[in-house]
Design a protein around this ligand. Sequence first.
Ligand SMILES: [Zn+2]
Length: 64
Amino acid sequence: MSVCLFCEIEEKEFWGSYFCVTCKDIKNISKVYSFQKSLDVLRKVCLRNETQLDNNVKRELEKK
Ligand SMILES: [Zn+2]
């Protein structure tokens, strides 16, 4: 079976499909909330700028 066209890692859900199970869920959730809103959430929650990364490092170092 071939790989998902979105993540290019997992196998497609079934023959003739384009996506794996996880990416199909991501697509369906994005369709409900809009792709732009989903992208905004991913950028806001998952991506960190330099200041945020520095703060994470400082916090980890303070724990020790
Ligand atoms: Zn996938």
